[in-house]
Structures are given as structure tokens and as C-alpha cells.
Design a protein around this ligand. Sequence first.
Ligand SMILES: NC(=O)c1ccc[n+]([C@@H]2O[C@H](COP(=O)([O-])OP(=O)(O)OC[C@H]3O[C@@H](n4cnc5c(N)ncnc54)[C@H](OP(=O)(O)O)[C@@H]3O)[C@@H](O)[C@H]2O)c1
Length: 207
Amino acid sequence: MSSITLIGTGNMARAIGTLAVTGGNTVEVMGRDQAKADNLANTLGGETTTGKWGTVPAGDIVITALLYDGVVPVVAEYGDALADKVIVDISNPFNATFDGLAHGEETSIAQEAAKIAPVGTSVVKAFNTIFRNVLEKGRPNVFLAGDNAQAKASVVAFIESLGLRALDVGGLKMAHWLEGMGLVTVGLAGNGVGHWDFALGVDEFTG
Ligand SMILES: NC(=O)c1ccc[n+]([C@@H]2O[C@H](COP(=O)([O-])OP(=O)(O)OC[C@H]3O[C@@H](n4cnc5c(N)ncnc54)[C@H](OP(=O)(O)O)[C@@H]3O)[C@@H](O)[C@H]2O)c1
């Protein structure tokens, strides 16, 4: 089983945290608002603990469940406290009209976080293509991208502990296109699918 720290106390932290506790993982919550962190830890139950904002996370895997524009500043603020951790960026940097990425370049929040993360820290993009409500009630595929094979293996093990299928799309450069998949998912919700109770996945036709 994995030990994870959730940085952030919102909807995705609750959804991933709930699955993580059910899957038998060790969970710590950190929030810039300590009261929100304490509340979430109570809600998640089990042996969930809280940590003090900005200190070394207890988890080997640190999930930044933050709005996209908070991820890089928070990774910078934590600095060496994140040394040797595996950071999982779940963010969707959508523009105001949900038809482009806010950074407007062929990069991603995960790549930008990796640039400023301490030496020895790996960044993996995952979970961003899945709506929170689907994580709460479904068994969606989880796409991930990252450069470090060992870090990805640990994230894959964590995802599988949640009862979900992990699908590696390649190196961290692919995080940009996972962010694009996030946009496609929102586009489908507003158009072709017409609701939010679905997730993108892979069907294999090997027979
Ligand atoms: N919701 C979904 O269906 C979904 C699906 C896939 C991916 N995502 C991505 O997951 C991430 C979290 O989404 P969410 O739905 O959980 O959002 P949320 O419910 O609004 O929670 C956001 C969390 O980020 C914290 N935060 C925001 N800016 C911060 C900053 N600058 N410094 C420190 N903490 C900051 C908030 O803290 P305070 O409470 O103190 O403000 C809160 O704990 C987003 O990047 C989103 O794009 C969401």
C-alpha cells in the first residue's frame, strides 16, 4: 500500500482521499487553512492525519489537489520539503472559455512544477481527465504521464489500490496533452455527451 499526502482540502482531495482510505493507503492531509485540513481528515476517517502546511509531507506520494494556478507557487513554497517525493499534479489549467489552456503554450502545470521541484523529486500528471463525481461513483481509467519509471510505478500501484486502471501515456511532455484531454472531456460534457457522468477510457480490440 502507498503513503500519500494530499495538499489541498477541496473536492478532488476528498474524492481521491476517500478512495485512498478505502484502498488501505496511509493518508495525510495538508491545507493552507488548518481547520479545513482537520475537517477533511475527520471526514476521511481511518488513520488519516493532518500535517502542518509547508513542512515535510509524511506521504511518499504528494498529490497537489490545488487549483492550477496554485500548484507551481505551492511547490515553490514547500521547496526542499518535497525532496525525494513523487508529486502528482491533477490540475486542469483551463482558460475562461473552456476551449484552450490557460498557459497557452506547449507546456503543462506538471512540467512547470518539475522545473522548480527539488532535485530527486519526480512529477507525474494523473487524474486530471476524470470528473470528481465520476471518481466518487465509477471506476474510470486514470491516464498518467511522467519521466521517472520508478515514480510512475509507485503512482500506478497507488491507482490500482483504488481499484482503478492506470494507463501510462508516456513522458512528462505528454502532460500537456493530458491537459488537452481534460478540455476534450469538458467539451464532450457540454456537447456530444451532454452530461458529466462519464470518463474517457480505452477500449482494446485485440481479438
Ligand atoms: N473537480 C473536478 O471534477 C476535477 C477533475 C479533474 C481535475 N480537477 C483539478 O483538481 C484540482 C482541484 O480541484 P477541486 O475541484 O478539488 O477544487 P476545489 O474544491 O476548489 O479545491 C481547491 C483547493 O485548492 C486550494 N488552493 C487553491 N489555490 C491555492 C493556493 N494558491 N495555495 C494554496 N491552496 C490553494 C484551496 O484551498 P482553500 O480552501 O483554502 O481556498 C482548496 O483546498 C484543480 O486543479 C482542478 O482543475 C478537478
